[in-house]
Design a protein around this ligand. Structure first.
Ligand code: BGC
Length: 754
């Protein structure tokens, strides 16, 4: 019934907005016509983006309502012709208040300016429309990656797009397509993990969910996506946010570029630039990466927005420009189309002067503005700049919350289960303890209601904490609770031990406080001492310990692994996470998530799964605590009959791979099936394995299914010694679920290519 009403609502909106698809020619004509009527000032204004704070009279807090400064707002839009505004200041708004803000902005833009060009408002809707109070929130991307379910990612993105648009906002600064190669990085949780193929698949699914199957972002339930942060942001040498990366061209192309390339193929409309530098060159000033690679080689047609204040930082922080104005020249000439300034009109003034002095050609300005106007037209903003009030009732509905719960269910990853201690019996006496046991914010992490996500009072109370969800499931009487420790301070251990002694099992919830970006920097990947001591103290009582990890990156807890009988990795599972964890703990849901990263055993052994052969043997042997792709189930699966349709093949031929998966346990389960390829010898040293395909099957006890994959030339290609993509003949291993089959790629002779 609910689904029916949503479809009905969308149909009504679609009819009312008379969505007509524009041809490329019509679009170009509209853009060129408008551009030809614009003054230089109006053009440079379109390239300027400011933050809401710059046009506000008062910040919003949990108890104080935000207020716009109408004088400043009018000055920005009318005098400085500002084309875009972003963000909240500082707390998520209600849907109604978003409508007021957006309506006020668009009234000024469309009625008080000469050409009536609507403003494009941008927001960080990172795991759902997290800056709209009533919205549905989802697990963070790192958890979504553990589901290995692109369809589910797409579904979550569809709901997010609907709820962002319902707020009146047409542009979302998501998805993050950085491949997370260092677990220290505080934005690790915003990524889809350490593998380029996984990130590419999930990222493309997200973009299709956000923008629609045919990228018709003018539809009233879609928004423009913004892939970010291009390129190489996710591999800072120090692990700290916005610090330098050193990434050779081959690695850039092999690891970091593919998700962006796939996103461009998926039709993404905008891109945000890496705030930091690669090989000494801040990306905001990198003509090669922004223009030659992104716009020319990949053929990206949308527009490029800077990250926060990052053009000015070429001067103030990175010291590659000797003045603010020079920084503007460098960035615009490198290919940045819009500056997230974000507080003042310095960019506008500097750029205007630069054009007048002939230091930035008008042609570059016209290119940038055309790209921005294209997206504004494609978003249908000229016809429909205002929020649609009728969408409101579908925001945050129970159906969407169920999708979020399903995502959390599929994400949770069972890492250890000694003697089948899990699932727990609902009749057991249970101690629930640890710093993440009874908080809502920790399940969500950064980008939740505020930037840092750490204002507990803002979290809706109808979404249970882990403790509350366990109580909901098994009743109050069986469950005892003591926090035991805060994130970094021990509580009364004696008391915890006494209580633990009397229980059948202790569920110890460890993890991290919410954070994002630079405030989330750490100096040590190890979980704080207090949390490890808490586990040790409880283990001493002899009561079995189940660890629940609520964290956005793999914090090291090796010391206590042997002291626990069960371990659940919950990641940042979102608002339904408490419920999902309880469902898995008590066996109402059979876990099926797989790690989207390598879980390190030691703080200084941070090597990814696709390492080189030299890291296979002592003394260099990579020895992770849990490998990439690891995850148990309450049932067991066996793999057999891995067969290839060809023992040899030519590069233009496809290779079909079949494998049988059998549920050998006693309950239904979902198994994620992953296919890895190994190039045995090649001219650039090969990784020991690379993920090339994944899918999942749900099997009843005793049931078996044949899973089929098709591989083609690109799956065997790599960046050669001269940094060109090549395939080399020779032996390949195809590996699925512990089985290996070999095949040989033959040299492409003239005879074979006929
Ligand atoms: C972040 C971006 C974000 C922007 C706007 C920056 O600090 O790096 O990811 O989109 O702020 O909020």
């Amino acid at each position: 019934m609910k689904r029916f009403s949503l479809i009905l609502l969308m149909t009504t909106i679609l009819i009312n907005t008379s969505m007509v698809q524009m041809t490329e020619e019509e679009l170009d004509e509209k853009v060129n016509h408008l551009l030809s009527r614009m003054t230089l000032e109006e053009k440079v204004g379109q390239m300027t983006q400011i933050t809401l704070e710059a046009v506000s009279a008062r910040r919003g807090t949990a108890t104080q309502k935000h207020r716009l400064d109408l004088r400043k707002l009018e000055e920005a839009i009318v005098k400085y012709h500002v084309g875009s505004i972003l963000n909240v200041y500082d707390v998520a708004h209600t849907l109604d208040y978003w409508h007021t803000i957006i309506t006020t902005i668009q009234d000024i833009a469309t009625k008080k300016t000469r050409l009536g060009i609507p403003v494009i408002y941008g927001i960080d809707a990172i795991h759902g429309a997290n800056y709209t109070r009533e919205a549905t929130l989802f697990p963070q991307s790192i958890a979504m990656a553990a589901t290995r379910n692109p369809e589910l990612v797409k579904k979550c993105a569809e709901i997010t797009a609907f709820e962002v648009r319902a707020s009146g906002i047409p542009w979302n600064f998501s998805p993050i397509l950085g491949v997370a190669r260092t677990p220290l990085w505080p934005r690790f949780f915003e990524t889809y993990g350490e593998d380029p193929y996984l990130v590419s698949q999930m990222g493309a699914a997200y973009i299709k969910g956000m923008e629609g199957e045919t990228n018709q972002i003018g539809a009233p339930d879609r928004v423009a996506a913004c892939m970010k942060h291009y390129l190489g942001y996710s591999f800072p040498l120090s692990g700290k946010d916005r610090t330098p990366a050193w990434i050779p061209e081959r690695m850039l192309r092999e690891i970091f570029l593919p998700p962006f390339q796939k996103a461009v193929e998926a039709g993404v409309h905008t891109v945000m630039v890496n705030s930091s530098e690669i090989n000494g060159i801040p990306v905001h000033s990198d003509y090669h990466l922004l223009t030659e690679v992104l716009k020319e080689e990949l053929g990206f047609k949308g527009f490029v927005v800077s990250d926060w204040e990052d053009i000015n930082r070429l001067y103030s922080r990175d010291k590659v420009a000797s003045s603010r104005k020079e920084a503007v020249r460098m960035a615009v000439m490198a290919g940045v189309d819009m500056s997230m300034v974000p507080f003042d009109f310095s960019f506008y003034e500097d750029l205007l002067q630069l054009v007048k002095e002939g230091k930035v050609p008008v042609a570059r300005i016209d290119d940038a503005v055309s790209r921005i106007l294209r997206v504004k037209f494609q978003l249908n903003l000229f016809e429909n700049p205002y929020p649609k009030r009728e969408m409101k009732e579908q925001v945050g509905n129970p159906e969407s919350a169920n999708v979020s719960l399903e995502a959390a269910h599929q994400a949770i990853t069972l890492l250890k289960n000694v003697n089948k201690i899990l699932p727990l019996k609902k009749t057991m006496n249970i101690l629930v303890t640890g710093p993440t046991a009874n908080m809502r914010s920790v399940l969500n992490g950064g980008w939740t209601y505020t930037w840092q996500g750490n204002e507990e009072v803002l979290y809706p109370r109808d979404k249970p904490t882990i403790l509350e969800a366990i109580r909901d499931k098994v009743g109050d009487t069986n469950v005892k609770y003591l926090p035991g420790a805060s994130f970094s301070q021990l509580g009364d251990l004696q008391k915890v031990k006494e209580l633990a002694k009397q229980q059948d099992v202790a569920v110890v919830c460890l993890g991290e406080t919410p954070y994002c970006e630079t405030p989330g920097n750490i100096h040590d990947l190890t979980l704080p001492e207090a949390q490890l001591k808490l586990v040790e103290a409880i283990a001493q009582t002899g009561t079995p310990v189940i660890l629940v990890l609520v964290e956005g990156r793999p914090r090291i807890f090796t010391r206590v692994v042997g002291l626990s009988q069960g371990i659940l990795m919950a990641y940042l599972p979102g608002p339904e996470g408490g419920r999902a964890i309880a469902d898995v703990l008590f066996g109402d849901v059979n876990p099926s998530g797989k790690l989207p990263f390598t879980y390190p055993r030691h703080p200084n052994d941070l090597v990814c799964y696709d390492h080189k052969p030299i890291e296979m043997d002592d003394p260099n042997k990579l020895d992770p605590l849990f490998p990439f792709g690891y995850g148990l189930s309450y049932t067991t699966f066996a793999y057999s009959n891995l067969v290839l349709d060809r023992q040899t093949f030519y590069p233009h031929e496809n290779l079909t791979v079949k494998v049988t998966v059998t549920n050998t346990g006693d309950r239904e389960g979902r198994e994620i099936v992953e296919l890895y390829v190994r190039d045995v010898y090649r001219s650039v040293s090969p990784p020991v394995r690379q993920l090339k395909r994944f899918t999942s099957v749900t099997l009843a006890p005793g049931e078996e299914k044949v899973v089929q994959f098709t591989l083609s030339r690109d799956d065997f290609a790599f960046w050669g010694r001269d940094n060109r993509m090549i395939v080399e003949p020779g032996e390949f291993w195809i590996m699925v679920g512990g089985q290996t089959a070999t095949t040989r790629l033959l040299p492409l002779t003239e005879e074979a290519s006929k």
